[in-house]
Design a protein around this ligand. Structure first.
Ligand SMILES: NC(=O)C1=CN([C@@H]2O[C@H](COP(=O)(O)OP(=O)(O)OC[C@H]3O[C@@H](n4cnc5c(N)ncnc54)[C@H](O)[C@@H]3O)[C@@H](O)[C@H]2O)C=CC1
Ligand SMILES: CC(C)[C@@H](O)CC[C@@H](C)[C@H]1CC[C@H]2[C@@H]3[C@H](O)CC4=CC(=O)CC[C@]4(C)[C@H]3CC[C@]12C
Length: 324
């Protein structure tokens, strides 16, 4: 197949969809059979208490173990795993991670089921690097750590948008503007996965067993201010130059939400955006500044910040029709 000027593929690419459950080893084995490279991006992304810790573990950890085992049995030598910034932090102590990179020392301490599961899964993938697969050759693995992904299909962005519509076009600041979060456009995350899948075999000695943050040129902003880059052009406004409520009151409200979730669980799943974990993460600076992916396999973002922003705005506006 012919390649485009940025090295991307030109012309039709044949895709065969096989639906399956990563927690079912036999289904994973069937999906992996014959694959030259596996990109394992399936995961249960839940920090709102919708799923049980057991289910999060089964999908994110056992599911990843099933993928590794399937690669070994099938003789598939290349495995790329979608890990997460959360493997690093923010930690339970609220330590900021400011313009850090893959080598920045940071005390990665987690209690929440989601980051714990991603950290364990990443470790399984990296430890599997070099493991002999069927046929006797070594498995080559690496893990990509996206920061907060945004773009088309971002359900949390859609939830904020709908919340703003319900509140008369307003959202109320809860987090100081000074608390910066690194964010990355979904198209650039996908592009990094494609580049790794393409380069991992030839650069196995350099890339095998490595982790790479997913990054692009999206600006560092507070989570709420960053979201307003898209929700503002869709008619919403963020009220307050500073948080309208004191932090202790937000902690109280988040705790009440967690208590309500626990009390209501036998009847329904009550899973608001604000809970002790989401508040703590939102309130802790986490930004990355790295060029490791560029140095190791020539990664450059495929989508500029301007393009990423426009595409996301168009998606939110399109979801407006479904919101009303
Ligand atoms: N959303 C974010 O900000 C970030 C996400 N990630 C990681 O990116 C990956 C994709 O996440 P998102 O696209 O955000 O979430 P998503 O919920 O949109 O995608 C997760 C996918 O995994 C599939 N999946 C879930 N359980 C499965 C199972 N038992 N068997 C097979 N497939 C299953 C879902 O059907 C879905 O297509 C995940 O591994 C997540 O941990 C990493 C960093 C940031
Ligand atoms: C209610 C307010 C306090 C509001 O600001 C809460 C925002 C909160 C829902 C998000 C703030 C930071 C987000 C997380 C961050 O982007 C890192 C993530 C990485 C992942 O792998 C999965 C998603 C997430 C945990 C992401 C989830 C939503 C936030 C906690």
């Amino acid at each position: 197949m012919e390649r485009g000027e940025n090295g991307g593929l030109k012309g039709p690419v044949q895709v065969t969809a096989i639906q399956g459950d990563v927690t079912q080893a036999h289904e994973v084995a069937a999906a992996v059979t014959g694959a030259h490279v596996v990109i394992h991006t399936a995961g249960l992304v839940d920090v709102f208490g919708r799923a049980s810790p057991k289910t999060i573990y089964e999908v994110n950890v056992q599911g990843t173990q099933n993928v590794i085992e399937a690669c070994v049995q099938a003789g598939t030598r290349l495995l790329v795993y979608t890990s997460s910034m959360e493997v690093v932090g923010p930690n339970t102590k609220g330590h900021p991670f400011y313009r850090g990179n893959e080598d920045t020392p940071y005390e990665a301490v987690h209690k929440h089921p989601y980051p714990c599961s991603k950290a364990l899964a990443e470790r399984l993938v990296l430890e599997a690097n070099g493991k002999k697969v069927r046929g006797g050759l070594p498995l080559v693995t690496c893990a990509l750590r996206p920061t907060g992904i945004y773009g088309e299909g971002h359900q949390i962005m859609r939830d904020f948008y709908r919340q703003g519509l319900r509140l008369g076009g307003r959202l109320f600041r809860a987090i100081p503007a000074s608390v910066e979060h690194g964010r990355v456009y979904v198209g650039n995350v996908a592009w990094m996965h494609v580049l790794v899948a393409r380069e991992l075999e030839q650069r196995a000695a350099l890339m095998g067993g490595q982790v790479y943050f997913c990054y692009d040129r999206s600006p560092y902003k507070s989570y709420e201010d960053f979201n307003m880059e898209f929700l503002g052009p869709c008619g919403l406004r963020l009220v307050g130059a500073r948080p309208l409520l004191p932090y202790w009151l937000l902690v109280l409200l988040a705790t009440l939400n967690a208590l309500l979730q626990w009390l209501l669980r036998p009847l329904l799943v009550y899973a608001p955006l604000l809970n002790p974990y989401t508040l703590a993460v939102a309130n802790t600076t986490f930004t990355v500044s790295t060029d490791k992916a560029q140095r190791h396999f020539g990664y450059e973002p495929l989508f500029s910040w301007e393009d990423s922003r426009t595409r996301t705005i168009l998606w939110v506006q399109a979801s407006e029709g479904s919101a009303r």
